[in-house]
Design a binder for this molecule. Structure first.
Ligand code: MRU
Length: 356
């Protein structure tokens, strides 16, 4: 199974990022050659979705070192950590970003210690420069390929679980935000699982929340579902509970941007509300996420940094103001407590959060 669309085209000199803010209308690629370019693209949501942000940042890290060396600039002991810190500040909630940049810093520091060379002494040595660049390029590529493999494993684990636990031949699935090929380095997390279920002929219909205010569901998930020819219907976010009440939803499947030790899950704003409604209607609520989404340093969702975005995302549509002049609060994510989650499915298996 292949990704339905790719969010970026990396190469040794640049990464072209598909501008998702223009989808589904336009296919426009943004050329990025430095960490600054990549960070801007992440902040502006040209590329978004936790695993995709992580993969992009890994390539951004490589490109920063590449451009510094090619331009004859000095690398110092702190260059790796500074680049990481800069990339990490692009968006706060998805932990996959700092997970990927930490791996890149580690790769670079390992290179220096294994070759017993000080970063400052790299400037005049082209051979060792190229060795370093090859090593960190391979690390970024590995993060990318690894994410694709994780998506396939998660998809199959989720489909197995749902087929075992939901006693129905053809399923109606509700999903939120975009968690597909555009959000990852592979087929996706929640949407990847939906693709596997579809391949197994177990999908009756997917209900895709439009996902206000950025409309990742209406623009991106709908785009991917159409490409994959999966029967799907777009609904406004506030319709979800009513569909559940009418018995039209068999399971909810969503992704995540950060999962705490006890299993609290940060995901796109509106996910918590869905979990409350699903629980009230005894509908299973599945979270599909790679282990790179786990943040072992925190116990509860209260500790997750929640991004607040520009109020224009709420007040404007297509550049046109639709709201009256009023203060706006635009939290981009919320936290679903572990008690509301039936299972978290990773590439390594199933985790039933118990809060311990
Ligand atoms: O703000 P976004 O579009 O980056 O938010 C994306 C989500 O919330 C996804 O559900 C999450 O990253 C998991 S997807 C693979």
């Amino acid at each position: 199974m292949k990704p339905s669309v790719i969010p970026f085209k990396p190469s040794r000199k640049k990464i072209d990022i598909l501008d998702q803010t223009r989808l589904p209308g336009k296919t426009h690629w943004v050329e990025c050659k430095t960490a600054r370019d990549v960070s801007r693209s992440i902040t502006k949501m040209h590329v978004r979705g936790a695993p995709a942000i992580g993969v992009t940042a890994a390539y951004g890290f490589y490109l920063e070192i590449y451009s510094l060396l090619k331009n004859g600039k000095k690398i110092t002991k702190s260059t790796g950590k500074d680049t990481k810190q800069f990339l990490d500040s692009s968006r706060p909630t998805a932990v996959n970003l700092s997970w990927a940049t930490s791996r890149m810093v580690h790769e670079m520091e390992t290179f220096f210690s294994e070759n017993s060379i000080m970063p400052e002494n790299l400037t005049d040595n082209k051979k060792i420069q190229n060795q370093l660049l090859t090593q960190i390029w391979k690390a970024a590529e590995e993060i990318h390929l690894d994410d694709a493999a994780r998506c396939l494993a998660m998809g199959s684990n989720t489909a197995d679980l749902i087929m075992k636990n939901v006693p129905k031949e053809k399923l109606n699935i509700l999903t939120h935000c975009n968690t597909g090929s555009l959000a990852t380095g592979g087929i996706g997390t929640a949407l990847g699982a939906i693709r596997v279920l579809h391949e197994r002929n177990r999908i009756n219909r997917v209900y895709a929340d439009e996902t206000r205010p950025f409309n990742q569901g209406a623009r991106l998930t709908a785009y991917e579902l159409i490409k994959e020819k999966i029967p799907a219907t777009l609904v406004v976010d506030s319709m979800a509970a009513y569909l559940m009440q009418k018995g039209m939803i068999d399971a909810v499947i969503v992704g995540s941007d950060r999962i705490t030790r006890r299993g609290d899950v940060a995901n796109k704003i509106g996910t918590y509300m869905l979990s409350v409604a699903a629980k009230a209607h005894s509908i299973p609520f599945y979270v599909v996420a790679p282990l790179s989404t786990y943040d072992d340093s925190i116990e509860t969702g209260k500790e997750i940094p929640i991004e607040k975005r520009d109020e224009k995302e709420v007040t404007h549509i297509g550049g046109k103001q639709i709201a009256a002049e009023i203060p706006v609060l635009n939290y981009s994510f919320d936290v679903t407590p572990y008690e509301n989650i039936t299972s978290i499915v990773t590439e390594k298996g199933i985790f039933e959060p118990s809060g311990s």
